[in-house]
Ligand binder design. Structure first.
Ligand SMILES: Nc1ncnc2c1ncn2[C@@H]1O[C@H](COP(=O)(O)OP(=O)(O)O)[C@@H](O)[C@H]1O
Ligand SMILES: [Mg+2]
Length: 276
């Protein structure tokens, strides 16, 4: 059997309780694998621990348990070694307005990770910046502009280009399209998917929008109270959810799939009929 790209076992994060003493588990024994080139969707209501899970995997948040990326254990890894591993794991956050420095040009924003990880010789940085802009569908002629000159969707393209600058293998996308209008959401989702196919990227795709997750994820994990209550390949998870919480989540939002919606309405009619 081949090793998964990312292997997470019994991941735990606790925060001090806000009121009173003790600690609250935000991530409570989470385990999963992500294969190379695959997407794991992570869904669950607000406060269920999705963001904390992503941050803990990237070692931006102290955690216990095991996180192996490319066969290397990240939990407890010495700083220097971890810094070198950061090249392989990047993140794309929800808000493209706050995650780009307003006083840096796009060229500088994209050059920063290249200089930090020394992946490109200085003389080739401008060339790589242009290549990255083209990769995400932006005109390289706009490299000297500042973030405010770009729309929300374009800014999220810059955020994605920055994440991809150092050729990562794994990207945590935390609600990457939640702040965008529906049309722009589709464009950014399409971009993330085509980049995955072209570059063989693995994603942890965190979202509360179940319709988007269904479209992008190969597998889906459902999180509730810091735990994964159900994890399965995408099609069976949506078609035959086994955990009551998954069913509640799926029933709480309209899934834009006409066949499924008809089936759900018929099911509800049946339930009403049987309780009469
Ligand atoms: N820095 C922090 N300090 C204390 N509690 C936190 C912190 N970050 C998150 N939490 C708590 O951890 C839980 C999970 O939060 P989070 O991972 O942000 O959930 P989600 O992304 O699913 O909305 C929540 O109860 C939240 O209040
Ligand atoms: Mg979150």
């Amino acid at each position: 059997m081949t090793e998964p790209l990312l292997r997470v076992r019994d991941l735990r994060v606790t925060f001090p309780a806000r009121h009173g003493r003790g600690t609250v588990p935000a991530v409570d024994g989470v385990s999963f694998d992500i294969a190379a080139g695959q997407t794991l969707g992570l869904v669950g209501e607000s406060g269920s621990g999705k963001t904390t899970t992503g941050r803990a995997i990237l070692q931006l948040q102290p955690a216990s348990g095991s996180v192996q990326l490319l066969g290397q254990e990240l939990v407890g890894m010495p700083r220097r070694a971890l810094r070198a591993m950061r090249r392989h794991m990047q993140f794309v956050l929800q808000n493209p307005y706050s995650s780009l420095h307003p006083r840096m040009t796009v060229a500088r924003i994209l050059a920063e990770p290249l200089a930090l990880h020394r992946t490109v010789p200085r003389a080739h940085i401008a060339e790589r910046v242009a290549e990255l802009m083209t990769l995400v569908g932006l005109d390289p002629a706009m490299a000297s502009r500042y973030p405010h000159a770009f729309s929300g969707g374009q800014r999220q393209r810059i955020v994605i280009a920055r994440a991809l600058a150092v050729h990562p293998d794994f990207v945590v996308c935390d609600e990457p399209v939640s702040a965008l209008d529906v049309r722009t959401q589709t464009q950014i989702v399409d971009l993330l998917q085509s980049l995955q196919q072209r570059l063989g990227l693995s994603y942890l795709f965190i979202a509360h929008d179940l319709a988007i997750v269904r479209e992008v994820a190969h597998h889906v994990a459902v999180m509730h109270g810091g735990r994964i209550v159900e994890i399965n390949a995408t099609a069976p998870l949506y078609a035959t959810p086994t955990h009551p919480y998954t069913r509640t989540l799926l029933n709480a939002v309209p899934i834009p799939d006409p066949a499924r919606q008809r089936a759900r309405l018929a099911e509800q009619d049946d339930e009403r009929a049987s309780t009469k």
